[in-house]
Each structure stands twice: as C-alpha cells, then as structure tokens.
Ligand binder design. Structure first.
Ligand code: NAP
Ligand code: GCO
Length: 266
C-alpha cells in the first residue's frame, strides 16, 4: 500500500459524537477530507440544524442524528437506524463531553454522577453499541477523546478528571478485549484547545488584560499558544486509518508539549 492510501478513509463511515461545532466538528471535517462519510449526533435539535448547515458550507454531506449518548436504549435504536440509513460504522469518535468547574467540596454527588455519566458511561454505551457490527465486519476503529486530565489533576475539575482518567482505562480495556477482532481503540488527549468549552478560561478581564488562566496555559505550553481544533486533525486521521492498524490502547497527546514540561521558570 502506498503511503497516501494508508491514510485514506474512502468507503468508511465515521460517527463523531457531539460534532455540531468545536473539536468534534473539526475532527469530522478532517475525516471527511480523508474520504469518510460523516455521521454526527447532538442532544439539541437546533444544534443539529446548525451543524448540518456548517457541514454543507464545507461541502460535506453529513448525516445528523438527535440522541443522548447516555441513553442506552436510544443509542441502540439510533445506531440501528444509522446502519440502515448509511451503513455499518467503521470509525467511532467518542467526542461528546461536558465540564463543570467547581471546587470539590462544593461538588455534589449528583454533579459528579452527571459528569461521569456524560464523559465516561456514555462512551462505554456508544462503544458497546457499535462493536457487534464492527466484529461482524472484521474491523473497527474507536477513538476516545481524552484530556490533559487523563494524566493530571487540577483544582475545580474533580468529576471531569475522574471521567477522563477512566476514559483512558476504558480505551485500554476495549483494546484488550477486542484487539483479536481487528478492532483498534485509541485515545487522543488534546491539550488546551480554544473552543466554547474553554471560552470562560480565556475571557478578557474588565481591565482589558488576559484571563490569568489564559496566561497560565501559555506559560505551561512549550508551543506558547492554545491549540486550535484543527490541530487534532492529523492525529484523528492517523488513528482512524489503516496507518495505525497495529497501534492499540494508546493515548496520543496533542498538547503542544504540556505533558513534557514543568512550566516556564520564573
Ligand atoms: P464543546 O465545545 O463544549 O462541545 C461538546 C459537544 O458535546 C457539543 O456539541 C455538545 O452538544 C455535545 N454533547 C454534550 N453532552 C452530550 C450528550 N449527552 N450527548 C451527545 N452530545 C453531547 O467541547 P469541545 O471543547 O469541543 O470538547 C469536545 C471533547 O473534547 C470533549 O470530550 C472535551 O472534554 C474534550 N476536550 C476538550 C479540550 C479543550 O481544551 N477544549 C481539551 C481536551 C479534551 P450541545 O452543546 O449541543 O449540548
Ligand atoms: C479545564 C479545561 C480542561 C480542558 C482539557 C485539557 O478547565 O481545565 O477545560 O479540562 O478542556 O480537557 O486537556
């Protein structure tokens, strides 16, 4: 196989969760550029419409579905529908997720459960729903969107860090259980990426200065900048393609070097 074909996703169906905008949208665009047919979901109908229009603007004929990744029954029904409307899913990107920033002592068990549900249990439910057809077809790629918080802790994100740490292990466990079936499950661990999720951390202060967290992230990132959603495109295409067929259970950090660095010296 020549090296370009190795990265080609022609003839593959890719489902990216929570991909009306943000990181999911950019990953879906990248997979489409590599030849895949794009399917995405969202929990808000209005966002599906906006997502479909945004894909169209980029000349992508995407298929949008309204369902919540935490609702096992609805996930099963929608995967069945996608398989009959579009075909078997060759690539699942578990991208949908939320964050809550609160000190641990103010975080209720209900807050914590909600984050674990959306950022970890939902990914299990999605993987479980697509695996039977992948097994039958004899191949499959699952990419879990992990985080710096799969490796590092920080104040105010206890539920998120617990979920993203768990997602790293869900990745390794799916690899362990289904590697023999020619299914690869890997993760992408984005650094700090400029999206609506991180907008509050970059808000300009009333005196016109940059948010202290914004400055902190720049000083912690050897690249000296926030990531852009399209910085994740190469990693996504690689892990979705045949080029990564013997890579399994790996988390590929795309973080401008954060995890390698102690931070700028004073
Ligand atoms: P975002 O801008 O907040 O987008 C998240 C998407 O997930 C939205 O489309 C959202 O839909 C969807 N979603 C939320 N709950 C859902 C559910 N129950 N079922 C289906 N869809 C749901 O976030 P992002 O920054 O692009 O992040 C995407 C992923 O990357 C997340 O897993 C996040 O944790 C991870 N990540 C982000 C960063 C970063 O710096 N931004 C870094 C590392 C990892 P609605 O808005 O319509 O509800
Ligand atoms: C936060 C951020 C992070 C990032 C990302 C880092 O409040 O610390 O939102 O958690 O979004 O996951 O990789």
């Amino acid at each position: 196989m020549d090296f370009i074909n190795m990265f080609s996703l022609k003839g593959k169906n890719a489902l990216v969760t929570g991909a009306s905008y943000g990181i999911g949208f950019e990953i879906a665009k990248a997979l489409s550029n590599a030849g895949a047919t794009i399917i995405f979901n969202d929990v808000i109908e209005e966002n599906i419409k906006k997502g479909l229009a945004a894909y169209k603007e980029n000349n992508i004929n995407a298929h949008g579905y309204l369902f919540d990744i935490t609702d096992e029954q609805s996930v099963k029904e929608n995967i069945k529908k996608i398989e009959s409307d579009v075909g078997i899913i060759d690539i699942l990107v578990n991208n949908a997720g939320i964050i809550q920033r609160k000190p641990m002592l103010e975080t209720t068990a209900a807050d914590y459960r909600k984050i674990i549900d959306i950022d970890l249990t939902g990914q299990f439910i999605m993987a479980k729903a697509v695996l039977p057809s992948m097994i039958k077809k004899g191949h499959g790629k699952i990419i879990n969107i992990c985080s710096m918080m799969s490796e590092l802790g920080r104040e105010t994100v206890v539920g998120y860090a617990s979920a993203k740490g768990g997602l790293k292990m869900l990745t390794k466990n799916i690899c362990s259980e289904f590697g023999e079936k020619n299914i690869q499950c890997n993760g992408i661990g984005p650094g700090y990426i400029a999206t609506p999720q991180t907008a509050p951390l970059r808000e300009i202060q009333p005196d016109g200065s940059r948010h202290p967290f914004d400055q902190f992230i720049i000083s912690k990132t050897p690249a000296g900048r926030w990531g852009k959603p399209d910085d994740l495109a190469g990693a996504a295409i690689f892990l979705a393609s045949d080029a990564s067929n013997f890579i399994n259970g790996h988390i590929l950090y795309v973080d401008g070097g954060i995890l390698a660095y102690i931070g700028k010296q004073p």
